[in-house]
Design a binder for this molecule. Structure first.
Ligand SMILES: NC(=O)c1ccc[n+]([C@@H]2O[C@H](COP(=O)([O-])OP(=O)(O)OC[C@H]3O[C@@H](n4cnc5c(N)ncnc54)[C@H](OP(=O)(O)O)[C@@H]3O)[C@@H](O)[C@H]2O)c1
Length: 239
């Protein structure tokens, strides 16, 4: 995002969603340690401010702004803040997510690879022809099948189904954005299986190690890959 301002910041600005804990918090720490100014965002102001305090103790240049990614007013307020304060945004790490609690099921980190029917998979992977409208239709179909208790017969995943379908849709949308904005780098990154609240502490990587896999992608140079998928910091196929 670039916008006109009378006093643009000379430092690179990175913004992380869901920055108050887990991989997001470590991503803020690491980006700040590399000399960037970091906007740590969180949906809960108290949790976000506490996280900022912790990161600042190491001398990091980090500011807080509230962001609930599912609240359009909150998104608009944040966009105004970034435009007014910095006049630009160099890096956005769209990290926030909820896993959904399904007790007794193994947390599966290959979410975007197991999204159900071959037809849907092919459509999501056909990035040259996929549109936002079609993506919305596929998600509406998923919601209908979910509500009707008809996931399995229609080829959708039955475990962590909303999480997996949402991630697959987000990956596909990232590829649409990459196609539309060749001047930007728009990539997807899987941090690995990380010990956080989302994985109920059952991951194999520490949040520091998981964040390193995201920071590597976030700091790809101008002219680097776009519309790509990275697993554990290395480029990998989407499906
Ligand atoms: N952990 C893994 O093994 C693993 C594997 C693959 C991918 N990932 C992905 O890595 C990312 C980080 O996950 P994590 O393991 O660090 O999870 P986490 O510790 O549960 O952190 C999730 C973060 O997202 C925030 N969040 C949730 N809903 C939000 C909303 N509506 N608006 C703003 N923030 C919101 C949470 O805020 P609150 O504190 O307010 O809830 C929290 O800060 C996620 O996208 C996840 O899908 C993780």
């Amino acid at each position: 995002m670039e916008a006109a301002t009378s006093n643009p910041s000379s430092k690179r600005i990175a913004l992380v969603t869901g920055g108050n804990k887990g991989v997001g918090l470590e991503t803020c720490r690491q980006l700040a340690s590399k000399g960037l100014k970091v906007v740590l965002t969180a949906r809960n102001e108290a949790r976000g401010l506490e996280a900022v305090e912790g990161v600042r103790r190491s001398g990091a240049d980090v500011v807080f702004h509230q962001l609930d990614v599912i609240d359009p007013d909150s998104v608009a307020r944040l966009a105004d803040f970034v435009r007014d304060q910095f006049g630009k945004l160099d890096i956005l790490v769209n990290n926030a997510a909820v896993g959904g609690v399904e007790y007794g099921q193994e947390f599966d980190t290959n979410e975007e690879k197991h999204i159900g029917s071959e037809e849907v998979r092919q459509e999501l992977n056909d990035v040259d022809n996929l549109t936002e409208g079609r993506l919305d239709e596929l998600l509406e179909k998923f919601m209908k099948d979910f509500e009707a208790g008809a996931l399995e017969p229609h080829g959708w995943p039955t475990k962590f189904s909303a999480y997996k379908v949402a991630k697959a849709a987000m990956n596909a949308y990232s590829r649409i954005l990459a196609r539309r904005h060749p001047e930007l780098r728009v990539n997807c990154a899987h941090p690995g299986f990380v010990k956080t609240d989302m994985s109920m502490g059952s991951g194999v990587l520490t949040p520091e190690e998981g964040a390193r896999n995201l920071v590597k992608v976030a700091l790809l140079p101008d002219g680097g890959p776009t519309g790509a998928y990275f697993a554990m910091g290395e480029e990998a196929p989407f499906v």
